[in-house]
Write a new protein. Structure first.
Length: 352
């Protein structure tokens, strides 16, 4: 077993300067590039990249999947939740790899891709979100769409480099785990090749954007220099078979080392968040249900978005940058979200 070597690679990859979630297209591109570079079969790489992409559609409300801090949760507890997620998924990757080595079935190969993709999404998102709350994220996303800025954490070049480095390190370890588990590249090629990518439900996107008016202007991100290497470490350890007794939290209530001693993104939000016709049109246009020829969220700007993946049709299944809480139906939730977005400019003002 080569766990020490793999962890050393992960540590080196994490040692670069801190960066500021990635849009779905970047998730796909980064994963595909790292997987291909590791020599893994193309069919498997595409499936893993699709799984990474689809976390935003399938797990929108689970903020631990996106390295974010939910309302009312401390940075320490949120970081530990993301760490436990990738550690557990790492164990599932190992179990599925062993199954592939034993039976070589398509179902086992599919399971490897699914678990690995879900874990990679969390690691990659940390490079951009670093615990950023939904209201703070939504504030910046709205600014980009409506004012042409580049404030969103999803479009920061340093975040792309960070995510690429961590993904490279994880695939290096994955290749070792594959051989240790008795599987090989050929067996991974026997994977379901469906490349059907999904965007989040419209109701989730509009609820997320509507949360911008809740931001109090305080930067809530955790210390990336602390959490970044810890996430990769826990995922690699999980893939190498460490059990729950060997899992270590990154902080405790009495020793909260994930909260940075500085804040570089505090804002005066008393004037309310930015909104614009493009946002109103997006949410209003979907109020009558989900269209078959759905368009991407307004903040999804990468070229890969032109591939037009289908939307997530089930509004009870979520993932990404949500304010939390499931919608009873897509058509019912959107008008409420539209109202929120329409009132963004007023929500932070005191009305006499």
């Amino acid at each position: 077993m080569r766990i020490r070597t793999a962890l050393a690679v992960a540590a080196l990859a994490s040692a670069s300067s801190p960066a500021l979630a990635l849009n779905q297209s970047k998730h796909y591109d980064i994963t595909l590039a790292s997987c291909t570079h590791a020599g893994v079969p193309s069919s498997f790489c595409k499936r893993v990249a699709t799984e990474v992409y689809d976390v935003d559609a399938n797990e929108f409300d689970d903020l631990s999947a996106h390295s974010q801090i939910p309302d009312g949760v401390t940075a320490c507890d949120a970081a530990n939740a993301s760490l436990w997620r990738v550690f557990w998924l790492g164990g599932q990757v190992r179990a599925a790899v062993i199954a592939v080595g034993s039976d070589g079935s398509r179902a086992s190969a599919d399971a490897v891709a699914q678990h690995l993709g879900r874990a990679l999404h969390t690691v990659q998102d940390d490079c951009a979100h670093s615990g950023m709350s939904n209201p703070q994220h939504a504030w910046h996303s709205l600014a980009d769409v409506c004012r042409g800025t580049t404030e969103s954490p999803d479009v920061q070049t340093p975040a792309f480099a960070c995510a690429s480095n961590e993904t490279d390190a994880i695939f290096s370890a994955f290749v070792d785990v594959l051989h240790d588990g008795g599987a090989d590249f050929a067996s991974l090629g026997n994977v379901e090749t469906d490349d059907d990518k999904h965007w989040p439900a419209y109701s989730d996107v509009c609820d997320f954007l509507g949360s911008a008016g809740d931001w109090k202007g305080t930067d809530t991100r955790w210390d990336l220099k602390v959490v970044r290497p810890a996430l990769t470490d826990r995922l690699v350890r999980g893939m190498y078979g460490a059990d729950a007794s060997q899992f270590a939290y990154v902080c405790t209530t009495s020793s909260n080392n994930v909260v940075p001693q500085y804040s570089y993104d505090n804002r005066d939000t008393s004037g309310g968040a930015q909104s614009c016709l493009k946002i109103h049109t997006f949410c209003l246009g979907k109020a009558d249900g989900v269209a078959a020829d759905a368009e991407p969220p307004p903040y999804e700007t990468d070229d890969v978005a032109r591939d037009a993946p289908a939307p997530a049709m089930d509004a009870s299944v979520h993932g990404g940058c949500s304010v939390g809480g499931s919608s009873s139906s897509s058509s019912a939730a959107v008008p409420f979200a539209l109202l929120l977005v329409s009132l963004l400019l007023l929500r932070r003002r005191d009305v006499l």
